[in-house]
Each structure stands twice: as C-alpha cells, then as structure tokens.
Design a protein around this ligand. Structure first.
Ligand SMILES: Nc1ncnc2c1ncn2[C@@H]1O[C@H](COP(=O)(O)OP(=O)(O)OP(=O)(O)O)[C@@H](O)[C@H]1O
Length: 580
C-alpha cells in the first residue's frame, strides 16, 4: 500500500483539474500515521479517507477551512474518537481512550479551553495525570512546579492555589497548555491553542514548541493564524472536506500555497477584501467620561463615531477586554458608565446588558463556551435566541412571524457560510469556527446600531475572516459603528478606521489612517508611543519601562513591559523570525 504521503500526492495540485499550486512532497519517516481514516457523524463525513503522516522532531501544522475535519483528526489521534474505518498509529500505539493516549505519551490541548473553574490552578494542571508520575509527587512539589510552569508560560505571577474561575481566558489557555507540557509528551497536539493568546504569549508558546521539537518530540498544531504557522511549522498538511489535499515542506509553506490547497483554486483568493473607509460622520454615538475600568487605572474619555470601525488592541490583561465588556453592558466599570445615543438624539447610560441591547448595542464574545453558546440548544435557537426573546416579550408569542425569523436565519447562515447539517442539530455539533460564526450571525440578526466584538475571529478560518471584515465594513458604511477587539494586530490593517491601544487599564495611544500599522501598534502595546496622540499624561516616562500602577488579580501581575527581545527597537522588523 502506498504511504500516506504518497497518497496525498495523488490529490496534489496539478493532478486534479483546476486545483491548487504545486508542492513538492518530502518523505520523512512516519512516526505518526493516519491511513485512509473515515469518521462520520450522522450524515456528516468529518474525515473521508484522510491520510496524515508526521515524524518525531518536527513541528507539523494541520490546516484547512472551518469544518474540514482538523479537530476530528486531532481527536482520533488522541483516543477521544474511534474511527469508522482506517488506521491510526501514533508512536506505535492506536490510542483507544484519552487515558490510553496519555500513557502512550500523547498530550492534546483541545480547542475549547477545558478547565474546572472551581478548582485551583495546581489541581487543573495535574487534572487527569494521577496515574502517571505525578501520583507520587507531594503537593508541595506540585505547587512549586506549577508556579515555575505558569511563570514561564504566562510571564505573570499567579496564585496557583487560587481558583481558576476568575482568571482571564488567556491564562486558562496557558493552564491547558501547561497541563499537556507537564506530561513531557512525545507527541503534543495543539488544536487552536494560540487562539486566545496575544502576540507576546504566542512567542513564548513557540519557544516551548521548538524546545520540545529539539528534544525529539513531535508537535502537531492546528491553527487559522496563517502568519504564525508559516513561521513555526516545519511541514504542513492541508485538509479539505475531510481529506488530505497536500503536504508542504518548510520553504513551500506560503499563504498562497496554503490558500490554494485549502480552497482548491489555483489563483490565490483576495484576502484583504475590506477597505478601511474614511469616517464621514462626526456624530458621536457612544462615549465615556472619566470612566475607570479598574479602581487604580487612569480615567478614560472616549468617543465612538457613526460609521467608525474602531480597533481595540493591547497585550493580555491590560484592560481592553474589560473595557469592551463594560461598553456592552456585560460588566460594570470601577467608576462611571458608558453612554449611548438614543433615538431622540440624547444620551442614555448603559448599566447592564439589557440597557445595551435596548439601545442598539450588540455584543459578540470570543469566549463562546462561557459567554456565548447555549450548549443544549439547536443551531437555529442559538442564532435567533435574542430575537426570540425580544419578540416574545409582552405575551405576544402568537404574533411572531416565524417565517421572517427563518429568513433571517437563512440569510445569516448563508452570508457567513456556516457549514452545518440540520438547523435543529445542537450547536455543539458544529466545528468551533462554525459555532463562532453563529454567534456573529446572532449579533447581526439583532440589527444593532453598534456592534461590540471581543476577539470574534478566534478559530475562524482565513476566508471567513475576510468575509467578516467585508460585512462589518458594509455595516459601518450604512452609518452604524463597530468596536472590534483583536489579539491579532494584523486584523486591523485595511479594516479599522482607528485603533486604540490599551495599557494598564486605560487608553495609552491611538492610531488612524496610514498610521494603522502592526509595527506602530506593537510599539504602543509595549509602552512606546508613535500614534497620532503622542502626549498622554498616563504614559510611562521612559519608553520600554513599565508604567506604574500594575494590577493584580488573584495575585496575577501583568507581564513584561519592555519590548520582547525579538523585536527591534525601531519596531520595523518585528515580523522577523524570533528564536529560529
Ligand atoms: N460531535 C459531532 N457531532 C456532529 N457533527 C460533528 C461533531 N464533531 C464534528 N462534527 C462535524 O464534523 C465536521 C468537521 O468538524 P471539525 O471540528 O473536525 O472541523 P475543523 O476543521 O476542526 O473546524 P474548525 O476550523 O471550525 O475548528 C464539521 O462539519 C462538524 O460540524
């Protein structure tokens, strides 16, 4: 039988009419092989004769559009899902359960951030490891190791004996990664594990991945962050519709080749489809006056204009996520309330989520598990839930126009290209990226005036992201406004009309027009100012030095304030290849 790599070559570009660009195959040994695997869920063929081959000592990316089968592949290699047919061999084992996989030296970090909120950090780190070496490890040693691990990964001091529940999503993500690393795996599988991490954190994760690879382990990554995977991967396997369609070696891993294989089209799709528009309106639609996100942070005077796409950036834990949740009425600020323009042209305060939705503000969370999906409900109910509620209020259930709701559902699902089976299936039957699209569709369906999106593109594939930017740009052009927080600063370029950068719980700098460049934003994130508004009282006196007033949550102190070692002082070559 042909090896999986050779089989992949039969689906290579050039073999099929009009398919993707050429890629030379490299044939490394197959320490991990998946051969002709099929896995179905009802009528959905998640894996449809999929082949995959990777070796110890390499970082291998698994790439493809939302719903193409990447997580299912990760799960069959981790013993989470049995295959319908075909063969899985991971370092000589065919794992039959996650427990079995752990014993074979396979550690997996799944897409959903799986932590027990009520348990401590240390308990979460050692969760499920009790049959391994850790069984005999005294608690004191576990705490010490947990402190070292979390300090190294998250670059913050964390009270590892405190509960996980209140920690930010990024720290929870680190806990899941730390849990896998503590197993010293032979094979580490990371399924969208950098999705909740900012740029600085991603570099630390990359350093860990390289360390593991250099020690002889295999690191398999699933990610939609194309720029990142180009830098980190030694090889990449591309999936489409549950099948492997090509393997790229290091030099061939380019955006063009990846997109060509992902879409099956020879010409590279035009990704930056949104063009940032000049804001023509000067009407303020939302504002804050002397609002303090945290008790000790500087007050924020902020105004959002009609027609704006406002980007919000910052390193993890600098208050930007707290700020957008305050604007959306999801949480309260330490001092002050946001105000939103009313139909009568006055302003009203947003005290809670109800105030926000009543006054035309819709919110999309990037933490879909905690703040987004209703796991026991259908895809249909999840998308239309807020409308449902709105229309049912006042006992008027009988007059709901169900057919118009259905039309809204169809419209959103089609334009966001949600890959799904029956609309009555549970939302959890969708792939992660498709669940996220449903949440975005839900926010649009409310027909808001202001959309507040908190890292909405987490887990969304590159084509769908481009579509999202287009929809949001069109939305703003209709005189609406968008607030878009992203942990991926490349997202703002060509899309946002203005970007504000947070540090220490307050707006540190701001950029508009041509100044919206990754290097500028990055410098501001690390405490150097380059933006339009250069003189701010709350800025650190010396560039690169930590500003005063650092914040602690559960003993957590925001991380390094200086520029990362891989970024040049002029901030121009930050896209280089750190640590290579
Ligand atoms: N438990 C399940 N029940 C029903 N369908 C499922 C289940 N798990 C996955 N699927 C379906 O299988 C297909 C592949 O899903 P998978 O999660 O592997 O995709 P993915 O490539 O990881 O997508 P994403 O990039 O969005 O995470 C999708 O159509 C998904 O809806």
């Amino acid at each position: 039988m042909a090896s999986p790599v050779q089989q992949a070559s039969t689906r290579q570009p050039g073999a099929a009419a009009g398919s993707a660009p050429a890629a030379t195959l490299v044939s490394l040994g197959g320490d991990i092989t998946v051969t002709e695997v099929r896995k179905t869920f009802g009528v959905t063929r998640a894996l449809d004769g999929c082949n995959f081959s990777a070796s110890l000592g390499e970082i291998h990316a698994i790439v493809g559009g939302n719903g193409c089968g990447k997580s299912t592949l990760a799960k069959v290699m981790s013993g989470v899902l049995p295959v319908d047919s075909g063969k899985v061999s991971v370092v000589g084992h065919t794992p039959s359960s996650p427990h079995d996989a752990r014993h074979a030296g396979i550690a997996t970090v799944f897409q959903e951030v799986l932590v027990a909120d009520e348990c401590s950090v240390v308990d979460n780190l050692y969760l499920g490891a009790d049959h391994l070496w850790s069984k005999t490890l005294p608690m004191r040693a576990k705490i010490r190791d947990a402190e070292i691990m979390m300090k190294e990964l998250a670059a913050v001091d964390i009270d590892v004996e405190g509960p996980v529940g209140l920690l930010p999503l990024s720290i929870k993500q680190w806990i899941t990664i730390g849990r896998a690393l503590l197993q010293r795996p032979k094979v580490l599988i990371l399924d969208e594990s950098s999705a909740a991490l900012d740029l600085d954190s991603t570099e630390r994760l990359f350093a860990k991945m390289r360390e593991l690879r250099d020690q002889g382990s295999a690191v398999l990554i699933v990610t939609h962050r194309i720029a990142e995977l180009i830098r980190i991967s030694d090889r990449a396997t591309v999936l489409r519709d549950g099948r492997d369609v090509g393997v790229l070696s290091k030099g061939e891993i380019t955006e063009k080749n990846l997109l060509g294989l992902m879409t099956g089209r020879s010409e590279s799709p035009h990704i930056t489809t949104a063009v940032a528009q000049e804001v023509l309106h000067h009407d303020v639609v939302m504002k804050t006056g002397k609002l303090k996100v945290w008790p000790e942070s500087q007050p924020i005077d902020f105004a959002l204009h009609k027609g704006e796409v406002l980007g919000i950036a910052g390193l993890d834990g600098q208050g930007q996520s707290d700020f957008v949740t305050v604007l959306a009425g999801v949480r309260k600020a330490a001092e002050g309330l946001p105000m939103v323009r009313t139909a009568g042209n006055g302003f009203t305060e947003i005290r809670d989520l109800l105030d926000a939705t009543r006054n035309g503000v819709s919110y999309v969370s990037g933490d879909r598990k905690r703040e987004g999906i209703f796991a026991n409900m259908s895809i249909y109910e999840n998308l239309l839930m807020p409308l449902y509620r709105r229309l049912a209020r006042g006992g008027k259930v009988a007059v709901i126009d169900w057919s118009s709701l259905s039309a809204i559902f169809d419209w959103e699902v089609e334009r966001l290209a949600v890959r799904m089976g029956e609309r009555s299936n549970k939302i959890t039957s969708l792939s992660g990226g498709n669940q996220q699209k449903v949440l975005i569709g839900r926010a649009f369906a409310l027909n808001p005036d202001i959309l507040v999106l908190n890292d909405p593109a987490r887990g969304v594939d590159v084509g769908a992201k481009a579509e999202l930017y287009k929809h949001l740009t069109a939305f703003a052009q209709r005189g609406k406004s968008v607030i878009y927080l992203s942990s991926e600063i490349e997202e703002f370029v060509g899309f946002a009309t203005r970007v504000v950068v947070f540090r220490n719980g307050s707006i540190f700098d701001e950029f508009a027009g041509d100044a919206i460049e990754p290097a500028n934003i990055l410098e501001a994130m690390f405490g150097q100012a380059r933006g339009n508004r250069r003189q701010r009282e709350d800025r650190a006196a010396t560039p690169g030095e930590a500003p005063p007033a650092r914040r602690k949550v559960n003993g957590l102190v925001p991380g390094s304030a200086g520029l990362p070692p891989w970024m040049s002082r002029n901030g121009r070559d930050w896209q280089g290849t750190p640590g290579e």
